[in-house]
Design a protein around this ligand. Sequence first.
Ligand SMILES: Cc1ncc(COP(=O)(O)O)c(C=O)c1O
Length: 418
Amino acid sequence: MKLSALSETLIASEIVSLGGEIREKIRQGEKIYNFTVGDFDPNIFPIPKQLEDEIINAYRNHYTNYPAAEGNLDLRESISFFLSQRENLDYAPNEIIVSCGGRPLIYSVFRAIVDKGDKVIYAVPSWNNNHYTHFNEGRHVVIETHVNNNFMPLAEDIAPHIQDASLICLCSPQNPTGTTISKRELEAICDIILEENSRRGNDEKKLFLMYDQMYCQLTYGNTEHYNPVALKPEMKKYTIFIDAISKVFAATGVRVGWAFGPAKIMDKMKSILGHIGAWAPMAEQKATAKFLLQKEDIDMFLKKFKEAIELRLRTIYDEFIRMKKEGFNVDAVAPQAAIYLAIKIDLAGKRTPEGKLLTSQPEVTAYLLHEAKLAVVPFSAFGASKSSPWYRLSVGTCHLNDIPEMAKKLRSSMAQLS
Ligand SMILES: Cc1ncc(COP(=O)(O)O)c(C=O)c1O
């Protein structure tokens, strides 16, 4: 059966399919320490009670018809308030668009900006930029990042490629690394974008920045989140932000997200999203509109939520650093943000007790799953090289008392290698 070239060449999300495989093992009764999904276990991390109540109220009040195509005005007003309060950003409702989570917004940013063959610059590992670029038949310009720079791209990596690029994709705090971009590097990247845009003529397409800040409220310790427009106000003309309630309120299944940026681009995105019908449900929009105004409730929720996530990240990080000191070939980046820890498990070249040589990183990943019962997502699933020994460990479904057990199993499965 012949189908479209797009559907024949599309790669399904590796993370979703890995998650499915692991769930099947668990269903068959195996104990797996599953740190793969970028989601929350609602029994550990429920959504805020006030948001839940407002959703129920909205249904009871029969908010069940079509919402406005660009998102209801009351919600866009609340988002505008939320942005000014929490991000020091000044965006009017006509510069904001609502959709059912971050994904359709990202897709419509690409649709609004990227033509077939246009250059899209993104770093790896990063979340799904490869898929969205493929979807839009863009030309991939991939920058491989390193732990020394927190797995973030540098302005000097980007500069050689920007002359005829249409879109740069940045994500901070970043999925899968749990790291953030520094103020200095973000400023430097903004500078080269501004310079490039002043070089381009008025009838040329400009270079835009998609800035995905889904996790920006979830920073820990001294880590600060920076955004391009607060640092360089001129960037307002060229930046499209992506955000949502999905991660910050553990509300991945509620499906309310927003983008903000130049009104003209928001208007085009509205038309694209309208044809797809990717609106956030009416009742959830009504509820989110009310909830985003509740500063104290949000502060209280975030305090507890962040403490619980940070405790898990920190406890696992400490275990990895202890194992490293004991001589195991592991490492981790200290928790900075989001719900992710970047961990390194470098066992390629080791031999199992049965005499099998672990020749490649995929074999290491399989060994970890079968022997240590540890399920984590290799950075290669986020576009990094297949031989990268780094993994994303997500704590959204992590029970605290599983951590010492997991570390014990990992230690013993590494100790038996020679
Ligand atoms: C960086 C980033 N952006 C966007 C999304 C999409 O979020 P949503 O569930 O709201 O579609 C995710 C989800 O994992 C993400 O990690």
